[in-house]
Design a protein around this ligand. Structure first.
Ligand code: S3P
Length: 449
C-alpha cells in the first residue's frame, strides 16, 4: 500500500542519454524546520521554495493543529504565524505524521516542554520505527510518554509543566534526536546541551541561530557539544529553502550510469554535513563537477554537473562520512553496481531503521537484478559489474521513497527494465521525480493493474 492510497506500480525502461537541467525541489530537512520554527516564533515567518512533499505537508497540518496559522500561497510560497515558544495549544485530534520520521520526532521535541498532551501516529512504515531514541531524552525534561512496545507509535506525550534543562549525549548519530532535544530545550530554563560523537546535519543549529536563539557549537574530546540557551523569543524570518542535495542525488547518479548523459542540477546546498555522497562519487572516478561555487543564505551552494562516467571504481566509503550521506546509500549502491570492483560501506547501522531496512531492501532487489551483495548488521559490500547490470526485475519499495527512486534509476541504466511495486511513496520527498526524470529523457511504463 502506498503511504496515502493504492499501490502505484511503475517501471523504468533503459534510457537513451539523460540530458538537460534538473530543477529539484526544496530541501526536506530545512522545509520541516521552517514550519516548526515558524510556528514557535512570534509573528509571521515567510517561506519560499518549501518542499510540497507529503512529509512536509503533514508537518504543516500538525503545526496548524498546535495553533499556528499556516497559509499556502501556492508555488512553494508559505507563511506561518507562530504562537511563540511555549505557546502551543493542545491538539484536539491525533497528529498523523504519515511517513515522516523527521516530522514526528521534531514535533514531539517541540511540544514536550509545554503542558499539553498529544497523540502521534503514522503510516505502516513510521509505526514500526524506534521512537525511544527521542522519548528517552524527552523524559529527562519531565515529559511522559505512553506508546506501544519498543517505544513505537501510536504514542502519547504529556509535556512537562515545569521543564528542567538537560545535558544529553546521544547514543545514536541522529540529527532528528539532536533536533528534538534542542526544540524541547527551547521551553526549558537555563542551558540545554546535546553532545554527538559524530557530527550530523546541522540545520537546526543554523536555523535556530537565524531565528535569534543563542546556540553554540564546540568540538571537544567528547564529541560535538551544542549548547542552547532556553526560553528565547524567536523572531520570525524570511526563508528561501535551498534545493535538496538528497533529491539531487537521483538525477546526478542517473547521469553517471546512463551512457552519453550530461545533466546540470542547479542551486544545490553543499553544507558539509550533507554533501558526503558527492565527494564519494568523485572518489569513485565520477565526472561530477561543482560549478559556480557560492554562498547563499549562509549555506555553501553550487550547480552540479554530472556526465556519464564509464570508468567508475569501487571504493571503501569512509565510515566517518556516513552521517553526511546517510540518505544516499541506496542510490550509491546502484552506482556501485555499475563500477569496476567492490564498494564497501561500513558503519551504517542506522540504515536498518530508516523508512525501511534500507540495506535489506536494496540488497534483495540488487541481487534479483544480477548484482552480488554481501551484508551484515552495520555494513554491506556491492560487487560492481563493470558497466552492465542485467535488471529485468520488479522490486519492493517497502513504503520507502528512496528505495523506489533508486530502483527506477537502476532500470534506466540496466540491460532490462526495472520496476517497483509502488512508486507512491516518492511523493513524500520528490513529488516531481517522474516528470523531472522524463524531461531529461527517462522512460517510464505504468504496468497494467
Ligand atoms: C533528518 C535526519 C536523518 C535523515 C532524515 C532527515 C533530519 O535522520 O535520515 O532523512 O532532517 O534531521 P536521522 O536523524 O534518523 O539520522
Amino acid at each position: 500500500m502506498s503511504a496515502h492510497g493504492e499501490p502505484r506500480p511503475l517501471k523504468a525502461l533503459s534510457a537513451g542519454p539523460l540530458v538537460g537541467t534538473a530543477d529539484v525541489p526544496g530541501d526536506k530537512s530545512i522545509s520541516h524546520r521552517s514550519l516548526i520554527l515558524g510556528a514557535m516564533a512570534v509573528g509571521e515567518t515567510k517561506i519560499e521554495g518549501l518542499l510540497e512533499g507529503q512529509d512536509v505537508l503533514d508537518t504543516g497540518r500538525a503545526m496548524a493543529a498546535f495553533g499556528a496559522d499556516v497559509v499556502n500561497y501556492g508555488g512553494g510560497s508559505w507563511s506561518v504565524h507562530g504562537v511563540g515558544v511555549g505557546g502551543f495549544a493542545e491538539p484536539d485530534q491525533v497528529i498523523d505524521c504519515g511517513n515522516s520520521g523527521t516530522g514526528v520526532r521534531l514535533i514531539m521535541g517541540a511540544m514536550a516542554t509545554s503542558p499539553i498532551a498529544a497523540t502521534f501516529t503514522g503510516d505502516a512504515s513510521l509505526n514500526k520505527r524506534p521512537m525511544g531514541r527521542v522519548t528517552e531524552p524527552l523524559s529527562l525534561f519531565g515529559a511522559k510518554s505512553y506508546g506501544r512496545s519498543m517505544g513505537r507509535l501510536p504514542l502519547t506525550i504529556i509535556g512537562a509543566k515545569n521543564a528542567v534543562p538537560v545535558r544529553y549525549k546521544s547514543p545514536v548519530p541522529s540529527a532528528q534526536v539532536k533536533s528534538a532535544v534542542m526544540l524541547a530545550g527551547l521551553n526549558a530554563p537555563g542551558e540545554t546541551v546535546v553532545i554527538e560523537s559524530e557530527p550530523t546535519r546541522d540545520h537546526s543549529e543554523r536555523m535556530l541561530a537565524g531565528f535569534g536563539a543563542v546556540v553554540t557549537t564546540e568540538d571537544t574530546d567528547e564529541g560535538r557539544v551544542i549548547t542552547l540557551k532556553g526560553q528565547p523569543e524567536l523572531k520570525p524570518q524570511s526563508i528561501t529553502v535551498p534545493r535538496d542535495p538528497s533529491s539531487a542525488a537521483f538525477p546526478v547518479c542517473a547521469a553517471l550510469i546512463v551512457e552519453g548523459s550530461d545533466v546540470l542540477v542547479p542551486r544545490i546546498g553543499l553544507n558539509p554535513t550533507r554533501a558526503g555522497l558527492f565527494y564519494t562519487l568523485q572518489d569513485m572516478g565520477a565526472d561530477l563537477t561543482f560549478e559556480n561555487m557560492r554562498e547563499e543564505g549562509g549555506e555553501p551552494m553550487a550547480d552540479l554537473r554530472a556526465r556519464f562516467s564509464p570508468n567508475l571504481k569501487g571504493i571503501d566509503v569512509p565510515p566517518e562520512r556516513a552521517a553526511s550521506m546517510i540518505d544516499e546509500y541506496p542510490i550509491l549502491s546502484v552506482v556501485a553496481s555499475f563500477a569496476e570492483g567492490v564498494t564497501k560501506m561500513h558503519g551504517v547501522k542506522e540504515l536498518r531503521v530508516k523508512e525501511s531496512d534500507r540495506i535489506d531492501a536494496m540488497a534483495t532487489g540488487l541481487r534479483a537484478a544480477g548484482v552480488t551483495v554481501e551484508d551484515g548488521e552495520d555494513w554491506w559490500h556491492v560487487h560492481g559489474r563493470g558497466g552492465s547490470v542485467p535488471g529485468g526485475v520488479t522490486c519492493a519499495s517497502h513504503l520507502d521513497h528512496r528505495i523506489a527512486m533508486s530502483f527506477l534509476i537502476l532500470g534506466m541504466a540496466a540491460q532490462n527494465p526495472v520496476g517497483v511495486d509502488d512508486a507512491g511513496p516518492i511523493a513524500t520527498s520528490f513529488p516531481i521525480f517522474e516528470d523531472l526524470m522524463g524531461n531529461l529523457g527517462a522512460q517510464f511504463e505504468r504496468p497494467n493493474p
